[in-house]
Design a protein around this ligand. Structure first.
Ligand SMILES: Cc1cc2nc3c(=O)[nH]c(=O)nc-3n(C[C@H](O)[C@H](O)[C@H](O)COP(=O)(O)OP(=O)(O)OC[C@H]3O[C@@H](n4cnc5c(N)ncnc54)[C@H](O)[C@@H]3O)c2cc1C
Ligand SMILES: NC(=O)C1=CN([C@@H]2O[C@H](COP(=O)(O)OP(=O)(O)OC[C@H]3O[C@@H](n4cnc5c(N)ncnc54)[C@H](OP(=O)(O)O)[C@@H]3O)[C@@H](O)[C@H]2O)C=CC1
Length: 396
């Protein structure tokens, strides 16, 4: 489709930024004028993972294949971590006993507040999952010659059956171990469940498999002549034009860190949408620099927005949805109907700063506009979330 693009199936090894060429694993030399690094991230597993093959991370197709095969023989699993992957897995895994080990006092802490976590909990107790979510996104299939690589992204589990070897006829309740981490693991091959796991709260567990869904670190699997400026977590710093400190080298997606004065309602999270938006914007910046055009920052960096599905519910997170950056100087309005919807508005000086919309609330467009417009909402008071008032229609 795009005759100006040549795809090279190889790995980047060295960047010679002085003479502007790269060297690949197969010794191919490619000259460049502009280079954009989109090497993503890799799972940051619990430290014990190096000693036990039964501890797995999930990132790409290969790692999922391995996980699905291993779990097919597991009757008892531990899921560690409290972010996106763990939240999706504990809901999706069937036919095995699940212990969910989390550092926090509430589930899914990377995305939601304790109130929303409480709203989700019944879904873990009665996890029938009879209907699969309908995917409205474009789905891609990887070609056979290269199975591993890019992170899976939204809907990755849609067509997967993740089933353990348990003989449970009804879905089991997930046992959550709050405020705990794994401190020690040993192996007893003669035990029914070979891994003996001790948690920081003193609890002892046994299991067949551990899934470490404990975040990611930027993947910098290549060398450069000039050192790239990195954050303390190893991400490549980029300016408002996605440029690194090395002339001609840009970076986008999970590997980079937005090192500009970001808009009040935006912040970076390692998400598929942000990676895609950054990639597209970096391309425009490179083209703009080449053609000496003025580059205006893309409006997607004005406000954080994430749409996903957790525990069977549509979840939309907008702006400073957890009061990020606001300190203690904000108000929260909540509307909740058990099993139906959870709506949270975050207000500062009577202006909407962020929103959590769980369920089919139909409030996303209105909330987006209120955050961007910063309309004074004091005349409406609590009625802004009064279910008897069609507030969306009003602001339309
Ligand atoms: C299981 C899972 C579920 C997710 N679900 C969601 C979701 O629902 N919503 C959401 O917004 N986000 C989700 N994410 C996060 C999202 O997938 C990532 O944020 C996004 O894919 C990052 O894109 P990227 O292009 O920066 O990096 P990646 O997708 O990691 O791609 C990087 C690519 O660079 C290649 N590479 C690395 N080093 C080299 C080298 N030296 N030479 C050549 N190639 C190299 C890698 O092989 C890979 O193909 C999920 C992630 C996972 C793992
Ligand atoms: N639906 C979605 O939008 C999804 C998005 N993703 C994205 O994919 C990437 C990978 O997902 P994931 O691995 O879940 O990463 P996340 O960053 O979302 O979550 C990692 C979690 O693990 C915790 N953690 C870290 N180290 C330990 C430890 N040693 N013991 C116990 N807990 C620990 C973290 O706590 P703390 O922060 O306190 O260190 C955090 O709660 C993320 O960028 C995520 O946003 C993945 C799946 C679904």
């Amino acid at each position: 489709m795009h005759s100006n693009i040549a795809v090279i199936h190889d790995s980047l090894l060295e960047i010679h930024d002085g003479e502007k060429y790269v060297v690949t694993k197969n010794n191919k030399i490619v000259k460049y004028s502009y280079l954009c690094l989109c090497t993503g991230a890799e799972p940051k597993l619990v430290p014990q993972a190096k000693d036990f093959e039964e501890i797995l991370g999930i990132r790409d197709t290969d790692s999922v294949d391995k996980f699905v095969k291993k779990i097919a023989n597991a009757k008892k699993v531990i899921v560690v971590g409290n972010g996106g992957i763990a939240s999706e897995l504990v809901y999706k895994i069937k036919n095995t006993e699940i212990h969910w080990v989390i550092k926090d006092r509430h589930i899914s802490s990377t995305f939601v507040d304790p109130g929303a976590a409480e709203f989700f909990l019944p879904s873990l107790k009665n996890n029938e999952q009879s209907t699969e979510p309908v995917s409205k996104r474009m789905r891609y299939q990887e070609e056979d010659f290269k199975k591993s690589g890019a992170a899976l992204g939204p809907d990755w589990y849609k067509n997967l059956i993740i089933r353990g070897a348990g003989d449970l006829t009804v879905p089991s309740e997930v046992k959550i171990h709050y405020e705990s981490e794994i401190t020690h693991i040993s192996k007893d091959r003669n035990s029914v469940h070979p891994l003996q796991v001790t948690l920081s709260n003193g609890a002892d567990l046994t299991c067949d498999l551990i899934i470490s869904a404990t975040g990611v670190t930027a993947r910098k699997s290549f060398a450069t002549e000039t050192a790239l400026e990195l954050t303390e977590f190893g991400e490549i710093k980029v300016n408002e034009h996605m440029e690194t400190n090395v002339p001609g080298i840009y970076a986008a997606g999970d590997v980079c860190s937005a090192n500009w004065n970001v808009a009040k309602h935006w912040f970076q999270m390692k998400l598929w949408t942000q990676a895609r938006q950054m990639g597209s914007y970096a391309a425009r910046c490179m083209s703009g620099h080449l053609n000496k055009e003025e580059i205006l920052q893309d409006f997607c960096f004005e406000m954080f927005a994430h749409s996903t599905k957790l525990f069977g519910y549509k979840v939309i997170l907008l702006g400073l949805f957890n009061g990020q950056k606001l300190g203690t100087n904000y108000e929260i309005l909540i509307r909740m109907t058990k099993g139906h919807e959870y709506v949270k508005f975050v207000l500062e000086n009577n202006k909407l700063q962020g929103a959590v919309l769980i369920g089919d609330t139909d409030l996303e467009e209105m909330a987006e506009n209120l955050i961007l417009n910063q309309i004074d909402l004091s005349p409406y008071g609590d009625d802004i979330l009064n279910p008897d008032i069609d507030i969306e229609d009003y602001f339309d």
